[in-house]
Design a protein around this ligand. Structure first.
Ligand code: MN
Length: 735
C-alpha cells in the first residue's frame, strides 16, 4: 500500500488501523455478510480489549488488527479474519467461546477455541524457557483440527516476533527458538514462504544477533555493486524477451538472511562462495513461455552445470513450481534465475494459502478445504493421523514429526508416479509402510527401478519403487526395527509384533476350545480322543475344509465353522463311499474332475488346452491314457464321439493348475522383468517363459506357463498383465 510510510511505526514495522485492514479485505471480500462479520468481530474485540496495553506500549487491539492484517494479505476468508481479530479474547477477557459461537458461528468459535487451548497449555508450563515435547505435541494436535487454526497461529506468532523488543532477552530467545523449531517448519511445509522467511530472519536476529548483523552488513556493503550488475542483467534479458514477444515481468530479491546464515554456518561456505545471493525472477503467462524463456536464457548466458531444476514438471511437495537455473552474467557475477507463471508465483509466495484463498461467491466449505489440503499435502495427512495416536510418549511423537515429516527430503515414486516423501537413509521397508500398514506388514521384497532388491535397500530421490507382498509373509520381526528408519514404520512394526504375540496366546486358547467342542461330539459317536486327533489330522480332510493343520481346524471349529457335526458327516460319508469302491478305484486322489460314468478310470488334464477349474470341460476317452479332460472348445476333441460329460469337483482344495498363455506387447527394455514382477505381485508362479521378437514391427510375443487355481484368477492375471506398459493383448494357448 502506498500509504504505508505515513503510518505510525513500531519496531520498524508500520502500525495499521482497522481502516487499513478494511481497505485490504474489501478488495477480495465483496459480500455484505462477510464484510459485516469481520467488522463486528473487530468492534467486539476492541470493546473487550479496551483499556489494556501491550508491553510495547500501544493499545492491545493493535495486536489482533495486525494478525488479521497478515491474514488478509494471504486473502483469508471472513471466518479466518474474524477469528484472527478475536483470537485473544477468550483467554484475556470475559468473552466465552459460546458467545462467539452464537454471534459468529461454529467455524470462528472452533478456531478461537483451539487457539485458546494452545495458549493455555503454554501458560501452564512449568518453566518459561523450557520447551516441553508434550507442549509441542499438543500444539500440533490443536492445529491439526482445522488448517485455519494454523494460519491464525502463524500470523499471531509472526506479529509477536515483530514486536519482541519490549521483552527480556530470555523471553526473546525462547520465543525465537520455539518459532524455528515448531512454526517455521510448518510454514515451510505449507509453502507459506512470506511468513516462513520473515519468521526465520526475525528468530535469527534474536538467537544469533552478531551473526545476523554481520550478514546484514555484508549485504549492505555489496549493495551498490550488486544493483549495477543487476540493472544491466535485467535490461539485457528484457530486451531479448521483448524481441521474442514473450510476456513477462521481472523481480529480484536478495536471498533471506537466514538462508545465507544456514549456508555459511551450517554448510561452511564463505559469504563470497554463496553463488546465488541474488535471485532474479521472471514471471510469465504460460508454462510453455517458462520453457521458452529458459531456452533463451541458456542460449544467452552460460548456465552452471548441475544447477538446473525443473520444479514445473516435478513440483515440490508443498506444491511449489518453478524452473531454476544459475547463470554467469556478462560481468562474471552468478545469479539464480527462477522462471514461473503468475499462478505459480502466487503459490510460491503464499503456498497453501494461495490455493484456498477466499473466493467470493463460491460456497465455502471448511470440510472440503481440509480434505483438499490433506490430499495436496500428504505429509499433513500423516501428521494428522499421527496426532491421533494417543499412545507413545510425547518425545516419540516429536521425534517422529521432525524425522519423518520435517526432514523428509528424499522423493521416491510409486510405479504410478505418486511421490512418497522419506527422510534420508529410509529403506524400501519404510516405503512399504508409507504406502500402507498392510503393505508393510506383508512386504517380502521390492523392485527399485526394475531390479529386485531386499527390504533394507536405501532409497534415493528419483527411484521408482514397488513393494512385493505375500499374504503368507511371516510378517514383521525384531530385525525390521533395525532396517526401518522412519519412526512411523518402527511404531507399526512394534505394534504388529506385540499384536502377534498376543494372538499366539489366544491361538492356543482357541485350539483348546475347538478341540474340546469336537471331543464332546466325537465321544458321543464312540470315538476316543486319540482316534479323533488322528482322523482330524488326515490331509484329505484338512484339504476338504481348507485348513493347513489340525490346530487350524480346531481354531476354525472354535470360530463355529465348520461345526463338529460337519466333520463327523464328512468322515461317515467317506467311510461309506470307500467301502465298495476300494477294490477298483484308481483315480488319482488329487483329481479335481468328476466324470459321470467314468469312475475307476484314470483321469488326467489335457496338455494341449490346459483346462482349469471354472472352464467348461469334457472328458475324452483315449486308449491307454484313460480319460483326458479337455476344454469344451478345444479343437483337438471337437466333434468327437468319444466324449463324456465332465464337471469340476465342488470341494476343490487350494491347488493350482498350469495354463499356457501368450502375451502380445510392443517391445521395450525391461518388458519381461515388468511382466514377471506383475505376476509375482499377484503371487502367481510362472515357468517356461519364452519371448519371441518380431523385428519388422518390434512386437514381442511372450509365451509362458502360469499356475492358477481357477479361471477367475486367470482373468485377473490377464487384466494385470494388460496393465503393464506396452502390453496390448493376451490369450490362452491351445497347442
Ligand atoms: Mn495473540
Amino acid at each position: 500500500m502506498g500509504t504505508e510510510n505515513k503510518l505510525p511505526m513500531n519496531g520498524g514495522y508500520p502500525m495499521h488501523g482497522f481502516e487499513d485492514l478494511k481497505a485490504l479485505y474489501f478488495v477480495y471480500i465483496k459480500s455484505e455478510s462477510g464484510r459485516k462479520m469481520v467488522e463486528d468481530a473487530y468492534h467486539l474485540a476492541a470493546e473487550k480489549h479496551a483499556g489494556v496495553y501491550r508491553k510495547s506500549g500501544e493499545p492491545y487491539i493493535q495486536h489482533p488488527i495486525e494478525v488479521a492484517y497478515i491474514l488478509a494479505s494471504l486473502e483469508a476468508g471472513p471466518a479466518t479474519l474474524a477469528a484472527g481479530l478475536l483470537h485473544d479474547t477468550v483467554e484475556d477477557t470475559d468473552l466465552t467461546v459460546e458467545e462467539i459461537r452464537s454471534r459468529f458461528g461454529d467455524d470462528v468459535a472452533l478456531i478461537v477455541d483451539s487457539l485458546t487451548k494452545i495458549q493455555r497449555m503454554k501458560l501452564s508450563r512449568r518453566k518459561e524457557s523450557d520447551f516441553e515435547a508434550e507442549d509441542h505435541r499438543k500444539i500440533f494436535l490443536g492445529m491439526a483440527r482445522d488448517v485455519r487454526v494454523i494460519l491464525v497461529k502463524l500470523a499471531d506468532r509472526l506479529h509477536n516476533l515483530r514486536t519482541l523488543d519490549s521483552l527480556t532477552p530470555e523471553r526473546q530467545k525462547a520465543i525465537a527458538k520455539e518459532s524455528l523449531e515448531v512454526f517455521t517448519p510448518i510454514a515451510h511445509r505449507l509453502g507459506i514462504y512470506t511468513i516462513q522467511s520473515e519468521m526465520e530472519d526475525l528468530s535469527l536476529k534474536y538467537l544469533e544477533p552478531e551473526k545476523y548483523q554481520s550478514i546484514l552488513a555484508l549485504l549492505n556493503q555489496r549493495e551498490a555493486n550488486r544493483q549495477e550488475s543487476l540493472t544491466s542483467l535485467k535490461k539485457r534479458i528484457a530486451d531479448i524477451l521483448f524481441e521474442h514477444k514473450i510476456p513477462f515481468r521481472m523481480e529480484s530479491r536478495v536471498k533471506s538472511i537466514y538462508s545465507i546464515y544456514r549456508k555459511m554456518y551450517q554448510k561452511g561456505y564463505t559469504f563470497d562462495e554463496i553463488y546465488d545471493v541474488l535471485a532474479i525472477r521472471i514471471i510469465t503467462a504460460t508454462e510453455m513461455n517458462c520453457y521458452e524463456i529458459l531456452g533463451i536464457i541458456h542460449a544467452t548466458y552460460k548456465p552452471i552445470p548441475g544447477r538446473f531444476k525443473d520444479y514445473i514438471a516435478m513440483p515440490k511437495p508443498n506444491m511449489y513450481q518453478s524452473l531454476h537455473t544459475s547463470i554467469v552474467s556478462g560481468d562474471g557475477n552468478i545469479y539464480e534465475v527462477q522462471i514461473r507463471t503468475e499462478e505459480m508465483d502466487k503459490i510460491a509466495e503464499t503456498g497453501i494459502a494461495a490455493h484456498w484463498r477466499y473466493k467470493e461467491g463460491e460456497n465455502y466449505n471448511p470440510k472440503e478445504e481440509q480434505r483438499d489440503i490433506e490430499e495436496k499435502l500428504h505429509w499433513f495427512r500423516d501428521f494428522v493421523s499421527m496426532s491421533g495416536e494417543q499412545d507413545g510418549s510425547a518425545e516419540d511423537f516429536m521425534a517422529a514429526l521432525s524425522n519423518d515429516i520435517f526432514n523428509a527430503n528424499v522423493y521416491v515414486f510409486t510405479p504410478l508416479g505418486k511421490v512418497i516423501e522419506l527422510p534420508t537413509g529410509a529403506t524400501t521397508l519404510d516405503f512399504a509402510y508409507k504406502i500402507h500398514t498392510k503393505v508393510g506388514d506383508q512386504a517380502v521384497g521390492a523392485t527399485v527401478n526394475g531390479a529386485l532388491v531386499p527390504l533394507n535397500t536405501v532409497l534415493k530421490t528419483g527411484d521408482v519403487c514397488e513393494i512385493k507382498t505375500s499374504k503368507s509373509s511371516p510378517g514383521p520381526n525384531l530385525g525390521w526395527l533395525e532396517i526401518a528408519k522412519t519412526n512411523s514404520a518402527k511404531s507399526h512394526i512394534k505394534k504388529a509384533i506385540s499384536k502377534r504375540e498376543a494372538s499366539l496366546e489366544s491361538r492356543e486358547n482357541l485350539v483348546k476350545k475347538g478341540r474340546e467342542t469336537c471331543l464332546a461330539y466325537f465321544e458321543k459317536e464312540g470315538f476316543g480322543s486319540g482316534e479323533m486327533d488322528r482322523l482330524l489330522g488326515e490331509e484329505k480332510l484338512l484339504e476338504n475344509f481348507h485348513v493347513e493343520s489340525r490346530d487350524a481346524l480346531y481354531m476354525a471349529v472354535a470360530a463355529k465353522s465348520p461345526t463338529p457335526q460337519a466333520l463327523l458327516d464328512y468322515l461317515n460319508v467317506k467311510r461309506e463311499k470307500r467301502k465298495p469302491r476300494l477294490a477298483k478305484v484308481q483315480s488319482s486322489p488329487s483329481c479335481p474332475v468328476e466324470i459321470s460314468g467314468g469312475s475307476g478310470v484314470m483321469i488326467s488334464l489335457a496338455h494341449c488346452c490346459t483346462p482349469i477349474p471354472g472352464d467348461h470341460i469334457v472328458g475324452f476317452v483315449s486308449k491307454g491314457k484313460g480319460i483326458v479332460v479337455h476344454r469344451a472348445n478345444c479343437p483337438n476333441v471337437k466333434d468327437s464321439a468319444r466324449l463324456l460329460p465332465a464337471t469340476w469337483r465342488s470341494d476343490l482344495g487350494v491347488a493350482t493348475y498350469p495354463v499356457d498363455i501368450e502375451v502380445y506387447a510392443n517391445d521395450r527394455p525391461n518388458l519381461l522383468a515388468d511382466l514377471l514382477v506383475t505376476l509375482s505381485s499377484k503371487n502367481i508362479v510362472c515357468s517356461d517363459l519364452k519371448a519371441h521378437l518380431i523385428k519388422e514391427n518390434m512386437n514381442c510375443n511372450v509365451m509362458m506357463t502360469v499356475y492358477v487355481p481357477d479361471a477367475l484368477t486367470l482373468e485377473g492375471v490377464f487384466l494385470a498383465l494388460k496393465g503393464v506398459r506396452g502390453v496390448y493383448d493376451g490369450r490362452r494357448l491351445i497347442h
